[in-house]
Design a protein around this ligand. Structure first.
Ligand code: NAP
Length: 315
């Protein structure tokens, strides 16, 4: 019998037949089986699982697990669900990076070309021109220079924007200024007209964009949050927007999702709410990458280093 690879997805997330089919197509030599359909024998023999938002109980029912391959880039929910000693591979997909970079460009242009202001003017039937700012004069700061942040940085550099990126360790992105460490963040915030967050959620990024961070940003600057809601202190963001210090926030991610209908973000004039759509998993390409990683791990126990999650670091 070929080895079984369970496809594990929390029951309350509902089934994902397209992804399950794509994984079966990419791993014809293995038996890819939905977690709920595993026999006791298959559960006991499982060493590798592909997960798309699993529960801890589902993974605990696989006693010989050695690798969990996630279809998501963000792993803060997966780390606590995966038993100690089991390797975690996250999704690093050039198609995902391209989609996220496109979102970075789209919402940067939305702010750069003053679309929120022209939308408000239309509501009030106001015909009034505002002088455009050249791309070369609109400074973009990207916090998080991982697979997604680097792709976003390159796209914005190509579009003529001056880009600064921030990460924990030193990075090189052609055409962009790269800074790191605590001093690097203050430097980036101090000279960015638009800050794009692409950090993972970890203990050190929770609440990182707080009142002090917003105060460091120039008056009239804007925020785009594609990373995780928890990185932004919501109360501090409201204060910065209400006082007029910050101009606008484009928010794709929130502490609680879906964003509760009574939340003030929905109706705030200076906030654009998006339903976590900037970088969805691409089913077909994610299936190819998950299949390659699983095949490689089963053959020689190796994984691409950029996919391997460091539990202590939290991403
Ligand atoms: P990644 O490759 O792991 O990159 C993370 C980046 O953040 C790295 O540059 C890392 O620095 C930096 N970083 C982490 N902690 C830091 C800290 N304390 N101080 C400074 N820099 C820090 O992750 P990715 O694939 O680019 O994805 C980033 C995040 O995007 C995901 O974790 C997820 O939360 C979010 N996401 C959102 C969507 C959406 O639809 N909205 C879709 C996919 C992903 P080093 O390079 O030095 O390690």
């Amino acid at each position: 019998m070929p080895p079984t690879v369970p496809f594990v997805r929390r029951i309350d997330h509902g089934p994902h037949p397209e992804l399950l089919e794509a994984l079966r197509r990419e791993l014809p030599e293995l038996q890819v089986v939905a977690h709920a359909d595993l026999t006791d024998e298959q559960r006991a023999a499982t060493t590798v699982a592909i997960v798309d938002g699993p529960s801890g109980e589902q993974l605990a029912a696989l006693p010989n697990l050695a690798l969990v391959q996630s279809t998501w880039a963000g792993v803060e929910e997966i780390i606590p669900a995966v038993p100690d000693g089991v390797a975690i591979a996250r999704m690093v997909d050039p198609q995902l990076a391209a989609t996220m970079a496109e979102a970075g460009l789209a919402w940067t242009l939305f702010l750069h070309r003053d679309m929120p202001r022209y939308a408000r003017q239309q509501q009030a039937r106001v015909w009034k021109e505002h002088p455009p700012v050249k791309a070369a004069e609109r400074r973009i700061g990207i916090v998080g220079l991982g697979a997604l942040g680097r792709a976003a940085a390159r796209t914005l550099v190509d579009q003529g924007f001056p880009v600064t990126g921030w990460s924990r360790s030193p990075k090189v992105v052609e055409g962009a200024e790269c800074v790191h460490g605590a001093g690097g963040l203050a430097e980036l915030l101090g000279h960015s007209d638009i800050v794009v967050n692409l950090l993972p959620r970890t203990e050190t990024t929770d609440g990182l964009l707080d009142a002090a961070a917003f105060a460091t940003m120039p008056t009239g600057a804007s925020l785009i949050n594609f990373g995780r809601g928890h990185t932004v202190d919501d109360a501090a963001l409201f204060d910065a927007l209400d006082s007029g210090h910050l101009d606008h926030a484009v928010l794709d991610v929130f502490d609680v999702e879906p964003l509760p209908s009574e939340h003030r973000f929905w109706s705030h004039d200076a906030v654009t709410v998006l339903p976590h759509i900037s970088g969805p998993t691409s089913t077909d390409t994610a299936a190819v990458i998950a299949a390659d990683n699983v095949r490689r791990f089963l053959a020689d126990g190796e994984l691409p280093t950029d996919a391997l999650v460091d539990r202590a670091r939290g991403y």
